[in-house]
Design a protein around this ligand. Structure first.
Ligand SMILES: *Cc1c(COP(=O)(O)O)cnc(C)c1O
Ligand SMILES: [Zn+2]
Length: 452
């Protein structure tokens, strides 16, 4: 896979930048700067070749250009002790601090304190879909800025603090911009975030209201991301922590908390099947990493689990590669209402394919019409109003059951990663008053809505 990554990095022109960033960090650590305190995080290691690097704001391996991941000194003591420590922690992601790249006293620092969102036992939806093995919605719309992005940003903020950055930034499909703006406001950073110019109003307003700088870029998310990569390599971007670019290894670790919470909420048990949306593929990849860690630490029983990836048909490069049996992902130009997932050139696409195949899962996609139907199905059955990304996972779950790919007799967790209030346009044309009447009993009777 190294060659594949290298080709990609060369094409993106990131190779020289990665080298340059490492050189900068080496200078910094060569001087008197103390090693950053990121708790159990010991180093960065290359996902492709395993080479290790000191903790710093770098994201690509100098030898093979593979993505870097956080490597840990995992906590001593047995699973019982660790479980007790976690359960005694705060009701947010910081209860898992011993497994995250954050300082031990993180819970006392200014943060939005995301996480520990509800795992909803979705019996009504299960009946509708024919699931008999237990169906759960992990509802991340309950986070402070109403998407799962608060988790990843909270971790990136700690890294930004440790590395001395003063400005927080990101390239965003919408939710990330709001999460960065809010976290920066709480933690006392300047923020300047970049989004495609044509996002939903709910996302744009959320990104702007926290008072940071918001820049609309005339182009797709992939153009925004390319622009941010250039900015990092330029003096214009000096002192900037881009949560999903130069802080990406730390950012990604935030998604592990979804795996931890799901297992803890199931009574320290692995689910049999998980359905996860794919934008860049980082979330899916790191949920798998989190599950593997829980097994390694003995916090859950080592049994097989299957990971399913979900995309919108209008931006389905990973699903297309999965179905074609390819292990490379061919970039596409997105055209879907699921804008939070509209990444045409997903950085972690190849890893998603590996994980879906290794675990016996699959990657599937649904049309915009099916996304809208699924949003309404989830709302009608469980009282959860999902954004389009939640329509994608619920729609894909339904399709996978119909196609006999997902086993309805097994325990299944479906992620809802965002809030329907941010993507009102998706359902507005088909959701409105049943009737509009004069304020009189006569008019109400005429409308035919009384129970009989
Ligand atoms: C960002 C995002 C995701 C997943 O993103 P990855 O890049 O795959 O980690 C999923 N759902 C929503 C609502 C998002 O905003
Ligand atoms: Zn490498």
């Amino acid at each position: 896979m190294a060659k594949r990554v290298m080709r990609k990095m060369r094409r993106k022109g990131l190779a020289s930048m990665a080298v340059q960033t490492v050189a900068n960090t080496a200078d910094a650590t060569g001087s008197t700067t103390p090693a950053p305190d990121l708790g159990p995080a010991a180093a960065l290691s290359c996902r492709e070749c395993g080479e290790r690097f000191p903790l710093g704001p770098i994201f690509a391996c100098v030898s093979c250009f593979g993505p870097l991941e956080v490597a840990y000194e995992l906590p001593a003591g047995g699973p019982e002790e660790l479980r007790r420590r976690i359960e005694a922690g705060p009701k947010n992601i910081w209860r898992y601090a011993p497994l995250l790249p954050v300082p031990a006293d993180v819970a006392g620092k200014p943060s939005l304190n995301p996480g520990f969102t509800q795992l909803v036992q979705a019996d009504n939806l299960a009946r509708e879909l024919g699931v008999t093995g237990g169906l759960y919605i992990k509802d991340d719309s309950g986070n402070p800025t109403h998407s799962f992005k608060d988790r990843v940003v909270a971790i990136a903020v700690e890294a930004a603090r440790a590395f001395g950055f003063t400005t927080l930034s990101c390239s965003s499909t919408g939710n990330l911009a709001g999460a960065v703006g809010a976290a920066a406001a709480r933690a006392g950073f300047r923020s300047c975030v970049f989004i495609p110019h044509d996002l939903e109003q709910g996302k744009v307003v959320m990104a702007a209201v926290y008072g940071g700088e918001l820049v609309g870029i005339e182009g797709t998310y992939d153009d925004v991301n390319r622009f941010c990569s250039e900015l990092i390599g330029d003096p214009l971007g000096e002192g900037w922590g881009f949560v999903n670019v130069n802080l990406r290894p730390y950012y990604g670790e935030g998604s592990k908390t979804l795996a931890y919470e799901i297992c803890e909420q199931l009574g320290w048990r692995l689910p049999d099947q998980i359905v996860i949306p794919i934008a860049s593929g980082s979330q899916l990849t790191k949920i798998d990493k989190g599950l593997q860690e829980l097994i390694k630490l003995g916090l859950v029983e080592d049994r097989p689990y299957k990971i399913f990836g979900a995309q919108a048909e209008g931006c389905s490069p990973v699903s297309a590669a999965y179905k074609a049996g390819h292990d490379v992902v061919r970039p596409v130009k997105p055209d879907t209402i699921a804008k939070s997932l509209a990444i045409g050139n997903p950085a972690d696409g190849p890893y998603v394919l590996d994980i879906a195949r290794r675990t016996g899962g699959a990657v599937e996609d649904v049309t915009d019409g099916q996304i809208v139907d699924a949003i309404k199905l989830l709302a009608r059955t469980e009282g959860i109003f999902a954004e389009t990304a939640g329509g994608v996972t619920v729609g894909v779950t339904r399709k996978l059951i119909e196609n006999g790919v997902l086993d309805p007799a097994l325990t299944t967790v479906v992620l809802n990663t965002g809030d329907g209030l941010k993507t009102l346009d998706a359902v507005a044309p088909t959701s409105g008053p049943t009737a509009t009447i004069r304020p009189s009993l006569e008019a109400f009777r005429a409308a035919g809505l009384a129970t009989d």
